[in-house]
Design a protein around this ligand. Structure first.
Ligand code: MN
Length: 207
């Protein structure tokens, strides 16, 4: 996948039906093929004239939004964030209950939250508390501690200097076809399809 302009839609690393019954094939088809594709298209359109940013990675652009020409900051925040967040979300999903946190990640989670179950309960609380559209995250903060944060719309934790490890999309388009207004049920189902192998390798990469 190209990590600089022109950006491309990330291929899903599993079949559209791989996450059932937590996330349906139909939801994934719309969410990936339509919503995610639109963020990619709009990001490329926003950056088309900003040639000095064509060699830069998405992470670099999103970590330095203040360096962009002022007329494209909003479009890149919304659509560049949309591309990064969806790549990060889709990449870390797997068939229900097929993976578990590495020993090192589990130890860090226990240190920060008391237990893995206590972490998941707090993560769910944050995902429920995000008013309207947005995301909840597990991040490694600038001091290296694990924290749960929320971001509205398509904002990312990158601009705060935090390193993301896991995210859940709580825009209604992520769950409405399967769960309608029942965000708590979607969050419970999402927790079953977290790809802990990916989250663990992101944690390892921080060292
Ligand atoms: Mn989404």
């Amino acid at each position: 996948m190209n990590n600089s302009y022109p950006f491309e839609l990330m291929a899903l690393p599993y079949d559209y039906s791989a996450l059932e019954p937590s996330i349906s094939k139909t939801t994934l088809e719309f969410h990936h093929d339509k919503h995610h594709q639109t963020y990619v298209n709009n990001l490329n359109a926003a950056l088309a004239e900003a040639k000095e940013f064509h060699g830069k990675s998405l992470e670099e652009i999103l970590s330095n939004l203040d360096k962009l020409p002022s007329d494209i900051v909003t479009a890149v925040t919304n659509n560049g964030g949309g591309v990064f967040n969806h790549n990060f979300y889709f990449e870390a999903l797997a068939a229900p209950a097929s993976t578990a946190p590495s020993a090192a990640l589990a130890e860090a989670i226990v240190k920060a939250f008391g237990s893995v179950d206590a972490f998941l309960a707090e993560f769910k609380k944050a995902a429920l508390a995000q008013f309207g559209s947005g995301w909840a995250w597990l991040v490694s903060d600038t001091d290296g501690s694990l924290k749960i944060v929320k971001t509205p719309n398509q904002e990312t934790p990158l601009k705060s200097g935090q390193k993301p490890l896991l995210t859940i999309d709580v825009w209604e388009h992520a769950y409405y076809l399967d769960y309608q207004n029942r965000r708590p049920d979607y969050i419970d189902a999402f927790i079953k399809v977290i790809n802990w192998d990916i989250v663990s390798s992101r944690f390892e990469a921080l060292k």
